[in-house]
Ligand binder design. Structure first.
Ligand SMILES: CCCCCCCCCC(=O)SCCNC(=O)CCNC(=O)[C@H](O)C(C)(C)COP(=O)(O)OP(=O)(O)OC[C@H]1O[C@@H](n2cnc3c(N)ncnc32)[C@H](O)[C@@H]1OP(=O)(O)O
Ligand SMILES: Nc1ncnc2c1ncn2[C@@H]1O[C@H](COP(=O)(O)OP(=O)(O)OP(=O)(O)O)[C@@H](O)[C@H]1O
Ligand SMILES: O=C(O)CCC(=O)C(=O)O
Ligand SMILES: [Fe+2]
Ligand SMILES: [Mg+2]
Length: 333
């Protein structure tokens, strides 16, 4: 066991005892538990076991098996199909096609969809973001006031032969003009078996302890999807973990964790549904002069087209417009 793990165990052990002691003599008061620096990424709720807290502190992600029911996932899938067939129109929804497919001519409409973004106005899909079994975990990272900031259903297509189905290694925080990072978390649920063949998530454990790195388009011969920025430099020797998951398995991960996904080498579309949550008392930051300026400009450009407004809309506005409260009170986001 590493020294850092040892230290976390000691602190957790102490915290369990001191919280139990305080709870026993101040049970009628509103007790606010202390959060020692050693446990900077997780909060003290009853959901995570000490081992699970240590794992997230050290790795920056935690995989919970069999969290979302088959029935719910089948409903999300049915709604996805209705959207692809244009049986429903959802305000604000972005339907994205893979760059290799968007630029070719002979693909049926439903087959071309690689990703839905911003489904917050679709009551059926948005149910995912408010599932109690998901929020119970989210609260361990965000605290009790929770905003669903970004929603996606990813339908990774069979690779068209140009490797454009890959998602380059990145940190999700690159896209977010709000902080603190430690009070943001992504939940990502497999809608079917995901493995190395169909392009599962790949993570670099522990990279959430680093800083936000510079991102831009990778120099891939076959092309890169719009806004799929990658970390410019990361240590290629860093251990990687392929997250193979079954339908309903859910991974929660920190927005600084470096991750991506491989090529889909199967004939099926690999489906996952995800939401980025943030504590409602996170605050917006100005990204001018930072490494996030490049993505900010791209997002503003697309937003100006999408909402039919001029460039007075800020990067922060685009997030305030999409964010929805899912638990507690809406505060500053
Ligand atoms: C705000 C992002 C927040 C993410 C936060 C969490 C971390 C997530 C990490 C990511 O997922 S990053 C990727 C996020 N990607 C996006 O948000 C992109 C969303 N997609 C879109 O906005 C539209 O799909 C897009 C502007 C790319 C295309 O719009 P349309 O569907 O109206 O496309 P249209 O058919 O009119 O084609 C317009 C042009 O876009 C091109 N195009 C279409 N799909 C493309 C694609 N996938 N990649 C690159 N270019 C694409 C298309 O070929 C054409 O090029 P030309 O003008 O040269 O003819
Ligand atoms: N040549 C490359 N250059 C940069 N990034 C890459 C390259 N190949 C894969 N990646 C990225 O690495 C991550 C996945 O790694 P992985 O090695 O699993 O993918 P893969 O090479 O497509 O599949 P596999 O190695 O399982 O056959 C993805 O984020 C992918 O985009
Ligand atoms: O391939 C995937 O499903 C992961 C995509 C991803 O990391 C993202 O959209 O931020
Ligand atoms: Fe991501
Ligand atoms: Mg590889």
């Amino acid at each position: 066991m590493s020294r850092a793990t040892e230290r976390l165990k000691i602190v957790l052990n102490h915290l369990d005892r001191s919280n139990a002691a305080r709870a026993s003599f101040t049970s009628s008061q509103n007790v606010s538990y202390h959060h020692p620096q050693a446990l900077r990424y997780t909060l003290d709720t009853d959901t995570l076991s000490p081992e699970q807290r240590i794992a997230y502190e050290e790795d920056g992600f935690i995989l919970i098996r069999n969290l979302v029911s088959e029935e719910d996932i089948d409903r999300f899938r049915a709604e996805f199909e209705r959207i692809c067939k244009r049986e429903v129109q959802i305000p604000g929804l972005i339907v994205m096609r893979d760059v290799a497919i968007a630029k070719s001519e002979f693909v049926a409409e439903e087959k071309a969809v690689s990703k839905l973004q911003d489904f917050q106005e679709d009551p059926e899909l948005f149910r995912y973001c408010a599932l109690p079994e998901i929020l119970k975990y989210v609260e361990c990272f965000t605290g009790p006031n929770i905003m669903a900031m970004h929603t996606m259903l990813i339908n990774k297509p069979p690779d068209a032969g140009k490797k454009t189905s890959r998602h380059p290694m990145h940190q999700d925080l690159h896209y977010f003009p709000f902080r603190p990072a430690d009070r943001i978390v992504c939940s990502w649920t497999a809608m079917e078996k995901v493995n190395r063949q169909n392009g599962c998530l790949v993570v670099l454990p522990g990279t959430h302890k680093g800083t936000l790195l510079e991102h831009n388009y990778p120099e891939w011969e076959g092309g890169v999807n719009k806004m799929y920025h990658g970390v410019r430099n990361y240590d290629p020797q860093h251990p990687r973990v392929h997250l193979e998951m079954e339908k309903g398995d859910t991974v929660f991960f920190h927005p600084l964790l470096i991750h991506g996904s491989g090529m889909n080498q199967t004939k099926g579309f690999r489906k996952a549904i995800s939401c980025h949550y943030a504590s409602a008392d996170c605050y917006y930051i100005d990204v001018k002069g930072t490494t996030q300026e490049n993505i900010s400009n791209e997002v503003k450009e697309i937003a100006a087209r999408k909402y039919g407004v001029d460039d007075t809309i800020t990067f922060q506005d685009t997030w305030a417009l999409r964010g929805r409260l899912v638990q507690g009170e809406r505060i500053s986001l």
